[in-house]
Design a protein around this ligand. Structure first.
Ligand code: ZN
Length: 309
């Protein structure tokens, strides 16, 4: 018998090498790392008696293409399916938290069906998956750090109103993501949230936003314009660093604090509002963002105006 089952119904270790397995009726839980690195595993049928899937339970089962998740599953612990090979996953109704790293590294995972019960998506939940488009359900309140980071196939995501927190590096390196609407209610965009989203063309920020983290939109080379709402108190260091095609920036409030190098190497900036004091602090020309030349009388390289401060 290749299933090791404790008296309490926990299947704590699988020692077989079959491609297709059926978890016997009567098993209540699948223990931590029970099927870890079962590289031959191709399909799993989980019996209805199972309510818990432990941490790392199916970690690195790269050939696991098919798995049924019964509706009575109540807990799927962190990293349970990390590095698995399935293409689709339906999150069961009884799950309200998608735990840390559950699907990270599932490079074949293209689509996930969420139900309305989901409230939180924890760190790295979908990191480096093959997911293409996501519509998060309306009940989601929290999106943790690096949740969708390095999802290089992700083209679109709908974030519902009600989300308050979008974590650091949440969409970092999503190189196909074209547009994003940050919904009303969000107050904070985490550090490096959209860093390196090189296809990102349009960004819509809400009137509730207070803070944009460090490097939040750095290296977004397709971004050509950005409107910063009046509500924003601070734009972090390097927030728009090397957005090489950014031509238009509109900062609505004169009170917004702009961090060091926030618009550094945005060399195509032509049209801007609210950036003059930032340019002064960067020792750049307040009229155009150009650099100065000359030893005694300094003049702007770009517009030729003399340095007047
Ligand atoms: Zn100038």
């Amino acid at each position: 018998m290749s299933f090791q089952i404790r008296d309490n119904g926990e299947l704590w270790l699988y020692t077989g090498s079959s491609a297709d397995i059926v978890i016997p009726d009567g098993v209540a839980s699948i223990g931590e790392s029970a099927f870890k690195e079962s590289i031959n595993l191709s399909s799993v049928i989980i019996s209805n008696s199972v309510t818990d899937i432990g941490a790392y339970a199916f970690q690195e089962c790269p050939n696991l293409k098919s798995i049924n998740i019964p509706d009575n599953i109540e807990n799927i612990e962190e990293h349970a399916f990390m590095g698995c090979g399935f293409t689709f996953f339906e999150v069961p109704y009884s799950i309200s938290v998608i735990q840390k790293g559950v699907f990270s590294g599932c490079s074949s995972l293209e689509a996930v069906r969420f139900h309305d019960e989901i409230e939180s998506i924890m760190d790295y939940a979908f990191y480096s998956t093959g997911i293409k488009s996501v519509i998060l359900p309306n009940g989601v309140r929290y999106i943790g750090d690096s949740c969708f980071g390095a999802c290089e196939s992700l083209e679109s995501i709908v974030i519902p109103e009600g989300v308050a927190h979008i974590g650091a590096s949440c969409f970092k390196g999503c190189t196909k993501l074209k547009s994003i609407v940050i919904p009303e209610g969000v107050t904070y965009i985490g550090d490096s949230c959209f860093e390196g989203c090189c296809s990102l063309e349009t960004v819509t920020l809400p009137a509730t936003l207070k803070s944009i983290g460090k490097n939040a939109f750095a290296y977004c080379k397709s971004l050509s314009s950005i409107d910063i709402p009046f509500s924003v108190n601070s734009i972090g260091t390097d927030a728009f660093y090397f957005c090489e095609n950014l031509t238009s920036v509109n900062i609505s409030s004169a009170e917004t604090h702009i961090g060091k190098d926030a618009f550094f190497l945005c060399n195509k900036l032509k049209c801007f509002t609210g950036l003059d004091s930032y340019f002064r602090s960067m020792k750049m020309c307040p009229y155009c963002g150009g650099t100065f030349k000359g030893l005694v009388t300094k003049k702007c390289r770009k517009c030729g105006k003399p340095k007047d401060y």
